[in-house]
Design a protein around this ligand. Sequence first.
Ligand code: PLP
Length: 502
Amino acid sequence: MAISNEKEQNKYQSTRGGEKGLSSLEAVLKGISTDGGLFVPYYIEKEKYNDLKKIFLNNVTDKVEATYEQVAFEIMKTFFTDLEEEELKACIGRAYTDKFEVKVKNNFLELYHGPTCAFKDGALLFLPQLMTEARRKLNFQNEIVILTATSGDTGKAALEGFKDIDGLKVIVFYPKNGVSKIQEMQMRTQRGNNVDVVSIDGNFDDAQKGVKEIFNDKKFNEFIEKSGYSLSSANSINVGRLIPQIVYYFYGYFQMVNKGDISLDEKINIVVPTGNFGNILAAYYGKIMGLPINKLICASNENNVLTDFFATGVYDKRRELVLTQSPSMDILVSSNLERLIYEVSGRNSELVNNLMNDLQERSIYSIPAELKSKFTHFWGGYATEEEVYASIKKVYEEKNYVIDTHTAVANVVYEKYKHNTGDTTVPLIASTASPFKFPESICKALGILQEEKDFALLDLLSEKCKLDIPHSLAELDKLPVLHSTECRKDEMRDAIKKLLNL
Ligand SMILES: *Cc1c(COP(=O)(O)O)cnc(C)c1O
């Protein structure tokens, strides 16, 4: 009985054990737990794949393809149980219809057909809809202020998703020299009556650490609350950001079956270019829900903390952050790994607490040997900058197909995996950004880089590869810059106060 109860009323708890019994909407509004941990669902439906398979087979008989919205509804209704089905459907419709698409090409899962040309749109178009419903249903009076640290793509996707939505505001912090020119312009030209963008004089980890500290600063939060605001997060530490990403993998899987790339129930390997460990964790949740996945291949760039972690069980961030051509993955602390450890350890919050304390105090932790042996579903690898360039060129020459630098990291690591293990299971490689977001790197890789800079390179890339420039990027250099706030990394609280007129 306990299970069916949980199923009807799926609650959320912190990975560190300090908070329990929140409804999904409460967890989403809060973003991060007061004990510093991350919210996770009590219940993950193990047989979901079989349910979806039935719908898929019915659709095949009736010759209709499952829409993205349909798959999204089936997945998300098991997690957001405090929404009525009609309310959830309406949120999904408002988020995705005519705004977001997922395609599979050459075993790449293209997740970047959204307003900002990166996969984060999928979750960040939905999250504001969910938060609006949450405020309404919980009768929440305060205005929600989304604080976001970005390594480039989250910031823009949050700004686009939340712009002009009543009751919600967004403040984005990005590292001044840690995002591409295009990413920076995407953010600084953002319109909307409720959005602000701030550059800080640090790297992404400084920005993320600063935001996390602000969430955990009791006094500051009390002050903000008294002024009629509540802070929340749109980073993948927010469970409302994580769950919509599970949909990618189910939808991608059924697309592969549709195209005849695999047969129904055939296992696939999923390869994910990883930074904060959110997107690959969503694929892992998919595996728990029954999606036929053999290995989850975690691909890193030269910031290869996770590669070492999967090889040794030791998470050691005591190293310099390397700025690479895949800036959205230039991260040393992958926050969502905490959720994986929690799940794999049988939800041992005491262990999670100890490890996270070690990370805080000594910048390193080591998981017990018997736990390490339970990570066998994962394989970690990394790509060097040279390998990334070579891979973009090779894929273009062999398949006449252009991938971005992040996707290339995944492709390199997949090739290494295949070479090392001999495993020839069909792969599905997450393609997380449009190549037009990083035109300089792509042109360099393809050997067509000339004198041109930044925006002129979009045309060059478009001509050479016979691809259309995504609409939202083509117009970018003609838009007025609306945001130029800068702050020191230890002044983020002051910046927030100023922007909120407090
Ligand atoms: C955010 C991002 C990643 C990393 O995803 P995580 O969920 O943080 O692991 C990879 N590629 C691109 C293009 C991104 O924007």
